[in-house]
Design a protein around this ligand. Sequence first.
Ligand SMILES: [Fe+2]
Length: 294
Amino acid sequence: MSDSLTTVSPDVTAFFDDATNTVSYVVKDPEGSACAILDSVLDFDHAAGRTDTGSADQIIAHIKAQGLQTQWILESHVHADHLSAAPYLQEKLGGKIGIGAGITTVQDTFGKVFNEGTEFQRDGSQFDALFADGNSFHIGQMRADVMHTPGHTPACLTYVIGEAAFVGDTLFMPDFGTARCDFPGGSAHDLYKSIQRILALPDATRIFVGHDYKAPGRSDFAWETTVGAQKAANVHIGAGAGEDDFVTLRETRDASLPMPKLIVPSLQINMRAGHMPKADENGTVMLKLPINKL
Ligand SMILES: [Fe+2]
C-alpha cells in the first residue's frame, strides 16, 4: 500500500439506517465521478415479511443528483442484522457486487443450517467479484486495497480506499468498542489479530465503521474516527490491550447479547448476494426458520 494513490482522500457520504443502526457509504473519487456503495440496506418489516426500498432509494437519489457513476457495490461481509440492497442498486445504477472470497465458507455453513438444496451454489457465483487479502481494485483513479479481517465472521473485509479504511464490523467507535464474535465461524482471537492489522495503518487514516449504537453518555450517532483515536481510546482494545484480556472481555460480552432481530432473513438473503431464494410453485418467496439451530 505504498502507492501514492493511497494518499487520495475520498469523498464519503454516510447514510444511517435507524432501524438497524447500519451505516452505508457512498465513496467517491475526488478527481472524477466514479463511486462505490458500501454495505447498503434493504428495509424489511419482519412481522409482515415485507421489503421496502426507502433506504436504498436515498442512496440512488444522492448518486443521481451528484451525477455519479456506480462502479462497485461492496459488502464488508454477510450481514446478520439487515438485508442487502445490492441487487436492487445494481439494477438501478449498474456496478459490480463484491465481497470477500471467504463467502464460500459462509455459504457452506449456512447452506447446511438452512438445509439448502443443490440449487444453492456455495462457490460465491452470486457475486461479481470475490476479493482475497492483498487484492486491489480501482474506483475511478482511486485505488482500493482489500484486507481480510476475520473475527466477526470468517469472511469479513476491510476496504482501504485512498487514506480511508472501511472496517465493517471489526472496530466500532472508540467509546463503543468492537464487534461481536459469536456467530458461526466467528473468533475473538481472529478479531484481535485483524484489529492489530487495521491499527498498523497510519494514525491519520480515517476509519468508517459499519454500525453505531451510541455509547453510554453519547447523544448522537457517529461513524467516523481515525486509527490514532482507536489506538488511544478504544474501550475494548485501546492503550495496548493484550489478546487474552480482549478475548475474555469479548466472549463474556457476547454471551450476554441477544441474536439480531433480522438474523434469520438476513443470512438467507445476504448469502445469495441480496437475492431472494427461488419462489415456491405459487410464486411466493418463502424463508425458513430453523428451530434450535442458531
Ligand atoms: Fe455484521
